[in-house]
Design a protein. Sequence first.
Length: 645
Amino acid sequence: MSLYPPSDDFASNAHIDAATYDEMYRASVENPEAFWGEQAHRLDWITAPTKIKNTTFEYPDVSIKWFEDGELNVSANCIDRHLAERGTQTAIIWEPDSPDDEAQHITYQQLHAHVCKMANVLKDMGVSKGDRVVLYMPMIPQAAYAMLACARIGAIHSIVFAGFSPDALSDRIQGSQAKVVITADEAPRGGRNTPLKTNVDTALNKAGTDTKVLMVKRTGGDVPFQAGRDVWLHEAEDGVANSCEPEVMNAEDPLFILYTSGSTGMPKGVVHTTGGYLLYASMTHKFTFDYKDGEVFWCTADVGWVTGHSYIVYGPLANGATTVMFEGVPTYPDAGRFWAVCEKHKVAQFYTAPTAIRALMGKGDDFVKPYDLSSLRILGTVGEPINPEAWNWYNDVVGKGRCPIVDTWWQTETGGHLITPLPGAIPTKPGSATKPFFGVQPLVLDPQSAEVQTEMAAEGVLVMADSWPAQMRTVWGDHERFVKTYFSDYKGYYFTGDGCRRDEDGYYWITGRVDDVINVSGHRMGTAEVESALVAHPAVSESAVVGFPHEIKGQGIYCYVTLMEGQEATEELRTELSNHVRKEIGPIAKPDVIQWAPGLPKTRSGKIMRRILRKIAEDDYGSLGDTSTLADPSVVDDLIANRGG
Ligand code: 6R9
């Protein structure tokens, strides 16, 4: 396996070289209190913390607190403290969906004014410290203003990805009892407009809450307006003060909720808090991307995902960086858009998902070649394992062999990178997320015996032995679910839900989820969510959903559906079910395959044997394993005979 070390020149100019990494890593795990107490000085505290770490993974008394007597405000850290030195520097470069529209450059001073105004508008709408605000927004600067405005007044934001359906939005509005939803008239993406405001109306009708709506005018399209409930931002901001005192927040006050899929039931509201999250987001942004003052950083994620929270908004802005916010998609108007934007804004760090890399690789090198990519220094990936073919293309065609690739492994729950190369310190291997970040203590356990694998080369499930500052603190409204999901299978550890292999050099290779979560284009999807959407349809009696390898998306969604007695299995019904799932959850959940299944393989106790369904979906019947414990082994032959629909 080839090893890709940084050049000597790169390493000697990097924030962290190999020796520094070793030294800091050792210090961080030998004495976390001293290490993190020292690192905390990176933030601007109103009251500096004296208690640094107070965490236990002991089941069932799990409790996680960092910097618990410290006080600070996130928006002051991301804006106000930079004003003296870099008030006129660009904080956000906004690149609109259409390349024919002009990009915007928003300075830190302007950011301050926008955020303060929106904060004052939210206050006028009755929002105060601790209240929840849902954001359902396009990728426009106002999304970042809204996040920071909430942080400024101590409100807790919960962003719902604008690609989610009104039903999913409604659940999340109810789940957090939001006072206000911030949205826009419409969201242009790839030349098409999503009717955000109309979706909000549908969601609110269903939620039955007395939530108010704050609307940004993005397209100027004709949208419904309900007087007394709805407010246009541009009207509300008229005459509002452009300063707003930041609220004093405890380090452990919640900053945001972000819903994410699990292996069972409804998505859970992951809760992140103020001090530890911000410190960790800013440190990982600086060191993983070797970010230097004045550079332009671009993370292509959407703010609806955790990657957008930590690496478009909070991490970069805490570091006084210039961060790019892109409204569009990689293939509009053509597959050269990413590289056109890199050239146009002289991007130094470019961070995207393997699924995008694979899709662009498939369009051919000619979409990359016309652009001057000499500003690029670092390339990053996130969301799923990257296959060596895509890694090599990224490295050779995009990076011209000069840019270290940082394959960052982390989760919504972890707040920031846990396993990632630091580009000046750690030689990379294509497909490996390499080594832990400071303070992170990964272990590999045997999945059955839960024994810690002490040999360097090992395979098993990935757990963390100790806490890091950006760890999620709880599930919103359901602490028991938090404890049960992450700390009950392997007692004393945080269980990631991922399997992994550690090689003889101590490098970690993530092999994917070991639970019933699938990874579709880098987005998490609980198979249980898709199943419950399917059985909610009157024609369906039972369903089982599994992932299968998909060339572009990484994993696709394969649904086995048993129909109600007397229901005819027609092509129309197949299309209807597919649209039904799309409507219930959102376009990203649209099934790739629906196979009619007169019977599902079950054990005598009635448990669906998903292992077998996965093998059939993977077209891999040679290794079906033992089917003798099935109640009716003949269903398997039927499923194989009718594979693929
Ligand atoms: C940040 C984010 C988390 C799950 C995670 C794992 C997969 C993320 C990865 C990766 C291999 C990487 N994952 N990064 N797998 N290599 N570099 O994606 O959060 O949406 O919560 O997903 O994604 O399976 O457990 P989230």
